[in-house]
Design a protein around this ligand. Structure first.
Ligand SMILES: [Zn+2]
Length: 182
């Protein structure tokens, strides 16, 4: 959906114009992987007319993507929930803005393309690594060893490990109560 920035510019300075904008895309091209959009909320868009044709655009985005696991390719639900903010100086010519800022990609003349804005911001907010679970062993899952699971069991028990209690005792003996005084 497209928003006309002249609406926000027509307001008094320091006034905010709010929009609720539905997203029109149902798939997302994440670096060559086409991921389905599993869930999406309309974007909460606020455009502040800061002063003298300067706008501050704030977009609140909540989208859930189905992204293949990096190891086994199973679809993982990846929620993206972020707020992006841009300051745009409409005193500049379009050429100047293109040179200066990334938002040139989604502002053409006085028209803001909300889908394009969200799309480019989603690329920025995608996690570097997507795994169905921490110890995913990849495509030959089920034929591997259980070493991964043993590791996480150990982590969970660390708090109750009697060896830790011994270490705590040693520290307490080395630092008699008096040490706690400030
Ligand atoms: Zn996996």
């Amino acid at each position: 959906m497209q928003i006309h920035l002249s609406e926000a510019l027509g307001q008094n300075e320091a006034a905010v114009k709010n929009y609720t904008v539905p997203l029109s895309f149902d798939t997302f091209d994440c670096f060559g992987r086409i991921c389905p959009v599993l869930k999406k909320e309309p974007v909460n868009l606020a455009i502040l007319h800061k002063k003298g044709k300067k706008l501050v655009i704030t977009a609140q985005v909540q989208v859930t993507l189905g992204v293949p696991c990096d190891r086994c390719l199973k679809e993982v639900s990846v929620p993206l929930d972020f707020v992006s903010e841009f300051e745009v100086d409409m005193n500049q010519t379009e050429e100047e803005r293109i040179r200066n800022l990334e938002e040139a990609a989604f502002i053409e003349g006085y028209t803001l393309d909300v889908d394009k804005l969200v799309y480019s911001e989603m690329l920025v907010h995608m996690p570097m690594k997507v795994l169905c679970r921490e110890d995913c062993e990849g495509l030959d899952e089920g034929h591997g060893t259980a070493s991964g699971r043993q590791d996480s069991d150990r982590d969970e028990e660390a708090g109750a490990d009697p060896r830790m209690a011994v270490i705590r005792d040693i520290f307490q003996k080395a630092n008699p109560k008096g040490n706690k005084e400030v």
